[in-house]
Write a protein that binds this ligand. Structure first.
Ligand code: NDP
Length: 310
């Protein structure tokens, strides 16, 4: 059976940054990219907030470059998804695509998270053409325009507040008559003049034409159906971390995020580290994911060194 000092699961900014650092530390890492090569970032177009690119950078180009940089230092980047893990003893055992088994002395989990969507066909049709699940990525394109944010949690409030600083008007589409968000966030939203909260409303359809989103058709709880005119439709209904496979082995929080120890990437199992959105419900940015990938590689390196010296 193939054995590696460092196995990295995930091919987003966290996984590739971990790979760059682990390769440069002579850990000869193997990286499995999973079903979405390049990670969540590739669902957006231009990335304007990754430092070092004053004119922005195409998301796919950015990820291709990170992959190339990891390979350049000797990381073995492969495609495949982990389908089973055994983390009860070291070396850990990981099965890829239900057929290839590997042994890993350390494991870095950088499997990311998926933004939740409503599941409407019209939402799918306009994805990337006015429908987005990332206000910090795409909000800038809606300066002085009108947008809607779906959801009533902290993410939706944060998105609405961010968008309100750019857009002319922000609608919040909330399915109940209360926020789920913390009081402080909800109060901030209610105190923002250019945010209008549409309580008790669900989206029936995202409306648009060849140029992209033009509106949304909403159904209020009292049965009223009405349209709003918007240029952008943002989802803020939560994320699902890709952690289910690890649930029997690792401590997860109540939302399924892998719990890491203090300011490190260490999980509840020594030798297993987590980086990026799978352990971060809060910041979820490419740059923070990359930084945590660096931390995980350094933690793995230190862990292996301590094993040798113990
Ligand atoms: P939450 O699960 O807290 O909230 C999701 C929101 O989306 C709820 O209002 C929910 O409605 C609504 N929703 C879910 N599904 C649908 C649907 N199909 N149609 C319409 N609305 C829907 O997710 P968040 O991402 O907001 O937060 C996750 C965690 O991260 C929380 O613990 C939060 O506190 C934390 N967080 C903290 C931040 C901070 O401290 N700055 C920033 C962002 C997140 P309903 O209430 O009716 O279920």
């Amino acid at each position: 059976m193939e054995r590696t000092k460092c196995l990295i699961l995930g091919g987003g900014p966290a996984g590739f940054t971990a790979a760059i650092y682990a390769a440069r530390a002579n850990l000869s890492p193997i990286v499995y990219e999973g079903i979405q090569p390049g990670g969540q970032l590739t669902t957006t177009t231009i990335v304007e907030n990754f430092p070092g690119f004053p004119d922005g950078v195409d998301a796919n180009t950015l990820m291709d470059n990170m992959r190339e940089q990891a390979r350049h230092f000797g990381a073995d980047v492969r495609s495949g998804t982990a389908t089973a893990v055994e983390l009860g003893q070291r070396p850990f055992r990981v099965t890829i695509d239900a057929r290839t088994e590997l042994e890993a002395e350390t494991l870095i989990i950088a499997t990311g998270a998926q933004a939740r969507y409503l599941g409407l066909p019209s939402e799918e049709k306009f994805r990337g053409a006015g429908v987005s699940a990332c206000a910090t990525c795409d909000g800038f394109f809606y300066r002085k325009r009108t947008v809607a944010v779906v959801g009533g949690g902290d993410t939706a409030c944060e998105e609405a507040l961010y968008l309100a600083s750019l857009a002319k008007k922000v609608y919040m589409i909330v399915r109940r008559d209360v926020f789920r968000a913390s009081k402080i966030m909800g109060d901030k939203v209610l105190a923002t003049p250019n945010i209008e909260v549409l309580w008790n409303c669900n989206t029936q359809e995202v409306l648009g034409d060849a140029m992209g989103v033009t509106g949304a058709r909403l159904l209020r709880k009292d049965g009223t159906v009405f349209d709003i005119a918007i240029d952008g439709f943002f989802l803020g209904i939560g994320h699902t971390p890709a952690s289910a496979l690890f649930a029997p082995w690792l401590q997860l929080d109540e939302n399924g995020y892998i719990v890491t120890n203090g300011k490190t990437s260490a999980t509840s199992v020594p030798g297993v580290f987590a980086a990026g959105d799978v352990q971060d419900p809060r910041y979820r940015q490419a740059v923070t994911a990359a930084a945590s990938g660096c931390m995980a590689a350094r933690d793995a390196e230190k862990f292996l060194l301590e094993q040798v010296n113990s």
